[in-house]
Ligand binder design. Structure first.
Ligand code: MV4
Length: 502
């Protein structure tokens, strides 16, 4: 087993991995950019090294600098987290070359699953159901038009060099194909440096179901059941849950076995997630492999009792899986809500600034994976995720109610967040009933704006918090007690609570 791991990431996932290192008795080394000097992950680590200026290219994406720091710190392994270099085959290869263990899949498997067309060809040859469509990029408009006619409209344009929706376009009529192809290729080039696109049959109103898989270096492979990405907004996942209300035990078993086969065929090791689309007739199709620890991994941990970061580190250290498929059970229901520094009332624009007041919900079945604290300045340079609220309940109904209550108790003042939006979504009857297809947001929340009452109250509380922060003197001295105390804005506001209730 390693003694010291470098975490090449920041924010909540870096904090999450530090915790896992400490639980395994390992030292955690972190990197930070100039704006992240006071970040929570820097405070919690055993060692911290300045990696560079704020722009990701000069810091968290700077492969040479990260390898140099790993060497200097004597880290035997690097955990990439998610985003940044997590699925970068070049980084995995460089680690392999430098004799530093990359905590993730081998670079060859990473290369394969990162090429969407190659992955489709490989999976189809192995008898895995793929979405009908092209298995090679086209050479000119005529070829794409011919392929689209073969597939049948509507068709989906997709980038071959990456997933996550970049370069994706839905085309309903032939006359719209050319402009959509040009736009999709431009976006693919900007996002992945590769303009290659291909066409698939557009699956209308699918459900987005993914299976967590663990594969050690000795051919042992298990799945840890599914997660449904129930609510997404423009490919940004907001809510994920497990189990999926749409799966029967038979379908779950079939998709789980297929997910294991996908990774076996790809020669994959470590943690990976196999994404499927499920159409309204319950046919499932392989979509892509996410070759990283995913943001939503905690819902799987809460329902299976298996710590995925521990498993990643153990597999990377050459340990065998200690459980078989039949040992893994799903228990209860878990839902994760992502807390972003974005303003849902202003089109989800990023909201930066100082967190003036920060209070996390607590109670049975409430987990918060956070990377922030009161007084911290949210930088503009990175993905605006602040934290994740993950709820476990013995069934979906209790989990939903617990999530709604927890979101009411989750107080962040000084910046706007997605908290009030999440609460409205989960309270919606269609969500409560489990009817969550990928166009839930466009259908029910297209022009959502926060209720005026909440805005007034929140602003009032922010004013109180800012006032106290500016004055930084005790609001009053309790009689007979030596130490002056400063109440929270909520104590000043008395019984008022944002979002209704008492
Ligand atoms: C699709 C699709 C429908 N038909 N492909 C691809 C990236 C992945 N993260 C989601 N993707 C989808 N691929 C075909 N042929 C629907 C999705 C999809 C989606 C698409 C648009 C907007 C939101 C979405 C949420 C989940 C899945």
């Amino acid at each position: 087993m390693f003694k010291k791991i470098l975490i090449a990431n920041r924010g909540e996932i870096a904090v999450r991995i530090i915790r896992a290192c400490h639980e395994l008795g390992l030292e955690a080394v972190v990197i930070y950019s100039e704006v992240d000097r006071t970040s929570l992950h820097v405070q919690m680590a055993d060692e911290a090294y300045l990696v560079g200026p704020p722009p990701p290219r000069e810091s968290y994406l700077n492969i040479d600098r990260i390898i140099e720091i790993a060497r200097k710190a004597g880290a035997e392994a690097i955990h990439p987290g998610y985003g940044f270099l997590a699925e970068n085959p070049e980084f995995a290869r460089r680690c392999e070359e430098e004799g530093i263990v990359f905590i993730g899949p081998n670079s060859k498997a990473l290369q394969l699953v990162g090429d969407k067309i190659m992955a489709r060809r490989t999976m189809e040859a192995a008898g895995i159901p793929i979405i009908p469509g092209m298995k090679a990029v086209g050479h000119d408009l005529a070829e794409y038009a011919q392929e689209a006619r073969k597939i049948g409209y509507p068709v989906m344009i997709k980038a071959s060099a990456g997933g996550g929706g970049k370069g994706m376009r839905i085309v309903f009529r032939e006359e719209d194909l050319k402009p959509a192809l040009e736009a999709g290729m431009r976006e693919a080039l900007a996002a992945f440096g590769d303009e290659s696109v291909y066409l698939e049959k557009y699956i209308e109103e699918p459900r987005h179901v993914e299976f967590q898989v663990l594969a050690d270096n000795y051919g042992n492979i298990v799945h840890l059941f599914e997660r449904e990405c129930s609510i997404q907004r423009r490919h940004q996942k907001l809510l994920e849950e497990t189990p999926s209300p749409a799966l029967t035990p038979e379908l779950r078993q079939k998709m789980g076995e297929t997910a294991k086969k996908v990774l076996k065929v790809a020669g994959y090791n470590n943690a990976g997630t196999v994404e499927f689309l499920l159409d309204k007739d319950k046919n499932f199709y392989f979509l892509e492999v996410n070759a990283r620890l995913q943001v939503e991994h905690p819902v799987t941990e809460l329902t299976t009792g298996i710590d995925l970061v521990h498993q990643q580190i153990k597999i990377a250290a050459g340990e065998k899986l200690t459980f078989k498929q039949e040992d893994i059970k799903q228990r209860g229901h878990a839902i994760e809500g992502r807390i972003y520094a974005e303003d849902p009332a202003r089109g989800f624009l990023p909201s930066s600034g100082k967190i003036l007041f920060y209070q996390e919900p607590k109670g049975p079945g409430v987990r918060v994976d956070s990377g922030v604290y009161a007084g911290w300045d949210v930088p503009i340079y990175y993905d605006p995720i602040l934290a994740k609220l993950i709820i476990w309940g013995e069934n979906r109904e209790i989990a939903c109610r617990r999530m709604i209550a927890a979101l009411k108790d989750y107080i962040v003042l000084g910046i706007a967040t997605t908290i009030p939006f999440l609460r409205e979504v989960i309270s919606h009857p269609e969500f409560m009933e489990g009817r969550t297809t990928t166009n839930f947001i466009p259908r029910y929340f297209a022009d959502w704006s926060e209720r005026v009452k909440e805005i007034d109250l929140r602003r009032l509380a922010q004013a109180a918090a800012a006032y106290m922060e500016m004055n930084r003197k005790p609001a009053y001295k309790a009689e007979g007690i030596g130490r002056p105390i400063r109440p929270s804005p909520w104590q000043i506001l008395g019984r008022w609570r944002i979002g209704g209730g008492d």
